[in-house]
Design a binder for this molecule. Structure first.
Ligand code: CU
Length: 123
């Protein structure tokens, strides 16, 4: 009888941990962004850190790809792309918000839009 009680406690524990795992479920997406340098990385990751439902993000400066871990019950890839656009960067097929883009530091703009030639500036 004691053994059965023990088993049911284990079963309940398994069940509740399953519930926890369900509620903490996250998804991961890769989004192509128009980032140019490590400053862009900071800007985008900071913007995503404040975005509802985003758990974490990491932008690879070399591949211009940001990997975002998010809660699918709290946000959508579309919202995440909009948040990136709002700080001035293209995100997949969502173009950068023009006003936000205009405010970017020169070196964070696309090469064709830069006023100055940053020779020696590593991008
Ligand atoms: Cu930059």
């Amino acid at each position: 009888m004691k053994y059965i009680k023990f088993l049911s406690v284990i079963a309940i524990m398994c069940f509740t941990s399953q519930l926890f795992a369900q509620s903490a479920k996250t998804s991961v997406i890769d989004i192509k962004v128009s980032s140019q340098c490590s400053m862009c990385k900071t800007t985008i990751e900071k913007a995503l850190a404040y975005e509802k439902g985003v758990v974490s993000s990491n932008l690879d400066v070399d591949t211009h790809t940001v990997r975002v871990t998010y809660k699918p019950n709290k946000t959508t890839p579309e919202n995440i792309r909009k948040a990136i656009s709002a700080v001035g960067y293209d995100a997949d097929d969502v173009p950068a918000n023009p006003k936000a883009y205009a405010k970017l530091t020169d070196c964070c703009k696309k090469p064709e839009d830069r006023k100055f030639d940053h020779s020696g500036h590593k991008h």
